[in-house]
Design a protein around this ligand. Sequence first.
Ligand SMILES: Nc1ncnc2c1ncn2[C@@H]1O[C@H](COP(=O)(O)OP(=O)(O)OP(=O)(O)O)[C@@H](O)[C@H]1O
Ligand SMILES: [Mg+2]
Length: 284
Amino acid sequence: MSITVKGLVKHYGRTRVLDGLDLVVTPGVTGLLGPNGAGKTTLLRCLATTLAPDSGTVDVLGLDPGDRLQRTALRRRLGYLPQDPGHYPHFTAFDLVDYVAILKEITDRRERHREVRRVLAEVGLSDQARVRARKLSGGMRQRLALAQALLGEPDVLILDEPTVGLDPEQRMRFRALVSKVGESRTVLLSTHQTEDVAALCERVVTVDEGRVVFDGTPGELAATAAGRVWLSERPPAGPHLFWRTADGRYQTLGDRPEEGVPAEPGVEDGYLLLLGDRGRAAAA
Ligand SMILES: Nc1ncnc2c1ncn2[C@@H]1O[C@H](COP(=O)(O)OP(=O)(O)OP(=O)(O)O)[C@@H](O)[C@H]1O
Ligand SMILES: [Mg+2]
């Protein structure tokens, strides 16, 4: 087990953001899906040792982030890409990553510079090494933050919405990079892109209202929508959840609309129906 979380609770004021969350993460790539405000960032921050939970237990690589010494040991083996990485606008890309490498205690200068060049190359920023952070595009800044997370080949990589702002080519590159890391180590990433989950993750965990509401393979999440995905030439009548697809047909989720023919379910269909069913259950 790389990560074991039991009964995690976190409040902000009177709002219960994590509601007794249980989770086990094994090596490989695991995707975290969930609506805005579900508690994904809060969970990832508890794992990345930047936030202390109110109660519950967290074990990452056999270490307890609540214990000062173990927390330091854990930080040496952890890479973390926060959802809103801050930047020092006047630092160059190289100096910024080098600064983090110093904090990561890579003390030998030559070795450290080699490592900085390696991670910049991994995210395709070798040509921008001497460019100041403020002059980089949004997607490049996101990749620069990812480079920092990759420093020192961490055993556990925690990535909060790593694909936001990446162009399609960089997104492919990111998938290749992360699946390579996932062959031997543990990657836990949050995303709103169900295509990322389908293409990249062996496992998908869905969080809603501070709890895990689904845990399985992307195929299993898609399969939960079996028999509830429909295509029709015309928009369905009545209160259906539907949208117009690129080929001009209408895709409907849930009960069969008039003229609807069954369609192959995808990860997004499973996810939307899962949340939709939960909404119905809460309203009933
Ligand atoms: N520092 C904070 N102070 C007060 N409330 C907070 C704070 N951080 C998060 N929250 C609240 O906690 C809840 C969960 O936030 P969190 O950022 O964990 O959600 P998320 O699943 O990451 O959402 P998103 O998909 O939008 O990133 C939200 O209701 C949010 O408003
Ligand atoms: Mg978030």
